[in-house]
Design a protein around this ligand. Structure first.
Ligand code: DC
Length: 217
């Protein structure tokens, strides 16, 4: 069985970009847990209802979330890969992720997906909660300004009208909410290796992680 790699860190640190490349190089499966919280956020957004615990429990009871080999995301059988990438869904994903029953449901699903090994999973609580026995834990971060700049460049390519300032505020508030929530907050596991990517290229971060995988026994 191949290894289990956990990658956590704040928004825009490059977790998914880097994890996808590492997965491809190792022949591993990449699992984007943020996409799963985003799918819950999107289902809730489409309902048009105010966010109450009862209503959220109702819509998540039978929710079906699937990720395929090419990291496409399906919500109740419908492909929503692009739709979950808006700033509105980012905020809602963070909002719904505070609820214990949402976390429990997705955590169970994530553990099942990782059970076969040879996986790299990214999120906020993978090293601390979802896969505490992972073979390798990375905490990937970068300065707030750099993370905002990267996310802004991504959104610009999609013709979004948001400003760099908007993106910086959005990321700051989301990280604060994710770090301060009571259940499974964004945190570095004690045994995670910290990589600050502020001044590193994507290739340099990938290289560092691959070296760590090889040296890990
Ligand atoms: O990784 P992302 O930006 O797509 O995640 C969107 C939100 O989902 C994030 O702000 C908090 C939540 N999330 C979480 O609570 N736990 C995870 N393991 C992954 C994401």
């Amino acid at each position: 069985m191949g290894k289990i790699i956990a990658v956590d860190g704040p928004a825009g640190a490059g977790k998914s970009t880097v994890s996808k490349i590492v997965a491809a190089k190792l022949g591993y499966t990449y699992i984007d847990t943020g996409a799963m919280y985003r799918a819950v956020g999107l289902k809730f957004l489409r309902s048009g209802q105010p966010l109450t615990e009862n209503f959220l429990a109702e819509i998540t009871k039978d929710i079906e979330i699937k990720l395929d080999e090419s990291a496409k995301v399906y919500l109740d059988g419908e492909e929503v890969t692009k739709e979950i990438r808006t700033p509105e869904v980012s905020k809602l994903a963070s909002d719904v992720s505070k609820f214990g029953f949402v976390r429990k449901k997705l955590t169970e699903l994530q553990r099942e997906m990782a059970a076969k090994g040879s996986v790299i999973m990214d999120g906020r609580d993978i090293g601390t909660q979802v896969l505490p026995n992972a073979d390798l834990k990375i905490f990937l971060t970068a300065s707030l300004q750099e993370r905002a700049r990267r996310r802004f460049e991504e959104l610009k390519l999609k013709n979004s009208s948001v400003t760099l300032d908007d993106v910086e505020k959005e990321i700051f508030l989301r990280d604060k909410q994710d770090s301060e929530r009571e259940i499974a907050p964004l945190a570095k596991a004690d045994d995670a290796i910290l990589i600050d990517s502020t001044n590193l290229s994507v290739d340099e971060v990938v290289e560092k992680i691959l070296e760590l995988v090889i040296s890990e026994k």
